[in-house]
Structures are given as structure tokens and as C-alpha cells.
Design a binder for this molecule. Structure first.
Ligand SMILES: Nc1ncnc2c1ncn2[C@@H]1O[C@H](COP(=O)(O)OP(=O)(O)O)[C@@H](O)[C@H]1O
Ligand SMILES: [Mg+2]
Length: 369
């Protein structure tokens, strides 16, 4: 049961803004000490969910439990949760130490205790040496560390983070991802981490809740959501996929352009004759100069783009009217040149097959660009 410190539970939680359903009867159970990410496109309800956990928004229906206790009617400042926002909102005229101490001072914590706890929080984020600096004398990453310290100084059992690295440039962001993850495992505090960046969610999380239109589309660990996406939307949002629209057959699908897909692991059962989406990941497509002598899913293509990404090469190959993305390890001997004719093949067990809900078709197409 979720009576332990650090557990979070949402039961049928709904939030409306006027007629608009921002969070739609959401259920989610987070374990103590877990690093859980809410991942999804802009507007899917991530921030609203987090704000309800923090107590900044009231749900219209449902129950929220933190540490096993109902908190709907508990004011924000009495919940054992703290929030780190994208824009760190530090007080510019205060030093780092004063910024971190601010909340404790407001709540009348004794001076000696404030000093101990501020020192402890700054130590956690390795900012003790900069305690007397002011925000404008620090980098974005350092300021965000102070914002994290300011949240940790309250010793929350759950830390809520809303796109905390969104304002940082890529390199710093990647460093901070590692740092935050280490901090979280060291402290054992539950992290509920909001991001729209799937790579960030994949690299940091124990589990990811992939959200769409106010509900959780899939909940699972990074490997599971990558290997076994439960819908075409997830398949397009986590990692990348090449999608074809078509019609389900007994052993796969026929795409609208005539490409036949043999699939041995349909993620959903799609009845024969119904609209289907077939998907193949770029790294599952193999290129060759010679026509493969056996197997299914073999098409002729022309290389129309090559990009270098360090250890992998990304090809855009054109099959008939459409472009496919193909990723090959640099170590592979075959290096077709621009304009070359090649064969593309992929194994039936690499084909995902989904029923085509309208939303999925739209999302899938958006991801092809
Ligand atoms: N205070 C508000 N008033 C009206 N609509 C809101 C408000 N906050 C959020 N929304 C709407 O609710 C939906 C979910 O928003 P949000 O939770 O901020 O999404 P996300 O964080 O995933 O981008 C969006 O359509 C957004 O426009
Ligand atoms: Mg948001």
C-alpha cells in the first residue's frame, strides 16, 4: 500500500479549465524513491498535474495522496512536496545562502537550524563555495542548482520538477541531467519530473508516464516503452519510427503505397481489413547493395540524404514517393553515396503494427517531418 513516505497517488483525477479538460480522469501510483517522468507534447497536461500535486491547483474530481495521505484539502505549504520550476525565480538582491534560507525564515525556523539546513542543502548541490554570490554572478546551471537547494532545504519527501533544465543549453543540460539523477539516487527522495524531451526522460527515469490529451497513454520503464510502445503515438514520440498507413492483413499490413509488411509482433491485434499503421525504427532498416536473397520486407530505394552523427550515420532514402529514415552504425562496411540505389530490408519481428486511431495518424505524420 502507498502509506509510505515518498509515495504519490492520483486516483481518477480530473481538472477542467472552463469546458476544456486539461487532465482527464488520470490514475498514477508513484513508489517512494522513484524517479518518475511525465513526458508528452506541449499542452498535454503535465504542468497541471504537477500543480495539483503541489497544491497550486485544485482537482475538479478524484483523489490525490502524498505519503499515503489525502491532500486535496491540504494547503500547498503544508504538503511535504516542493517544486523546482524552469525559471528559477531567485531573488536577485539576495545571496545564494539568503535565497535558500528565505522559506525557512518566513516559517519562523530558529536561526541556528536555518544555518545548518542551508549549509546541508548547498552541500547537496555542491554550491557551498558560492554561498555569498548573487544570482547574476552565476551561470544558468549554477542558478538552477540553487533553485534545487531552495526546494531541498524544506526536506520534502517528494520533489516536483517542471522542465527544470529547459532554459539551459544542450551541453550544460546533459551535465545537469547526470547530476540531478545522482542527487536523486543519493537522497532517495521521490522525483516527479516534467519534460517534453524524450531523450531526457529516457536517460533519467525509473519509469515514464507518456501523456497525451490529459491522460496517460503508456506507463513503463524506458526500455519497455521503447521496445513495446502501446500505441502509434508512443512509437512516434519515444525514439523515432517510419510509419505507413494501410490496411491490416492476416500476417501484417499492406500500406497505401503498396508496400507489404510482414509483421510477427503486432503490438495491438488489428483485425484483417481494418485501418492499420505499420512502423519500423530507423535502426531496424538494413541497407545493402545486393538484393537480399530471402526474407520479407525488401524494397528498392535511392539515397537522398546523408548526415553524420559521430558513431552513427543517418540516411534519408527515397522509396517511390516517400522518404525513410535509416540509421547505420559508422562501423558498418557499407557506405552508400548520395544518389546510390540500395536495397532496404527489415525483419518481420522489427515491424510494429497498430490500429490507426485518427490522433495517431496525425501524430505519426507530424513526426515524419
Ligand atoms: N490557468 C489556465 N487556464 C486555462 N487553461 C489552462 C490553464 N493552465 C493550463 N491550461 C490549459 O490546459 C492544458 C494543459 O496545460 P499544461 O498542463 O500547462 O500542459 P503542459 O505542461 O503539458 O504543456 C492546455 O491546453 C493549457 O492551455
Ligand atoms: Mg508545462
Amino acid at each position: 500500500m502507498a502509506s509510505e513516505r515518498g509515495s504519490v497517488e492520483l486516483v481518477n483525477v480530473t481538472k477542467m479549465f472552463g469546458d476544456m479538460v486539461a487532465v482527464d480522469s488520470m490514475n498514477l501510483s508513484i513508489e517512494p524513491g522513484e524517479f518518475l517522468s511525465l513526458l508528452g507534447p506541449s499542452g498535454c497536461g503535465k504542468t497541471t498535474t504537477l500543480r495539483m500535486l503541489a497544491g497550486f491547483e485544485q482537482p475538479d474530481a478524484g483523489h490525490i495522496r502524498v505519503n499515503g495521505q489525502e491532500v486535496q484539502n491540504v494547503p500547498s505549504y503544508k504538503r511535504e512536496v516542493n517544486t523546482v520550476f524552469q525559471h528559477y525565480a531567485l531573488f536577485p538582491h539576495m545571496t545564494v545562502a539568503e535565497n535558500v534560507a528565505y522559506g525557512l525564515k518566513q516559517s519562523g525556523t530558529p536561526k541556528s537550524e536555518i544555518a545548518t539546513r542551508v549549509a546541508e542543502a548547498l552541500d547537496m548541490v555542491q554550491m557551498s563555495k558560492l554561498a555569498e554570490r548573487r544570482p547574476r554572478q552565476m551561470s544558468g546551471g549554477q542558478q538552477q542548482r540553487v533553485a534545487v537547494a531552495r526546494a531541498l532545504v524544506n526536506r520534502p519527501s517528494v520533489l516536483l520538477l517542471d522542465e527544470p533544465l529547459g532554459a539551459l543549453d544542450r551541453k550544460l543540460r546533459e551535465e545537469m541531467q547526470i547530476e540531478l539523477k545522482l542527487l536523486q539516487s543519493r537522497l532517495g527522495i521521490t522525483f516527479v519530473f516534467v519534460t517534453h524531451d524524450q531523450e531526457e526522460a529516457m536517460s533519467m527515469s525509473d519509469r515514464i508516464a507518456i501523456m497525451l490529451d490529459g491522460h496517460i497513454e503508456q506507463l513503463g520503464d524506458p526500455e519497455t516503452v521503447y521496445e513495446h510502445p502501446s500505441s502509434a503515438f508512443v512509437a512516434g514520440f519515444i525514439g523515432r519510427n517510419n510509419f505507413w498507413q494501410g490496411t491490416a492483413t492476416d500476417n501484417g499490413a499492406v500500406a497505401d503505397d503498396g508496400t507489404v509488411f510482414v509483421a510477427t509482433r503486432p503490438e495491438e491485434h488489428v483485425p484483417t481489413g481494418q485501418d492499420a499503421l505499420a512502423a519500423v525504427r530507423p535502426e531496424s532498416i538494413h541497407l545493402s547493395h545486393e538484393q537480399p536473397q530471402q526474407g520479407s520486407n525488401i524494397v528498392r530505394a535511392r539515397v537522398s540524404g546523408i548526415s553524420h552523427f559521430g558513431d552513427v550515420l543517418q540516411y534519408v532514402v527515397t522509396v517511390g514517393e516517400r522518404d525513410l529514415l535509416v540509421l547505420s552504425p559508422r562501423s558498418l562496411a557499407l557506405r552508400p553515396a548520395l544518389g546510390d540505389e540500395v536495397w532496404c530490408s527489415w525483419a518481420p519481428e522489427e515491424v510494429y503494427l497498430f490500429s490507426a486511431r485518427q490522433a495517431d495518424v496525425v501524430m505519426a505524420e507530424a513526426h515524419l517531418d
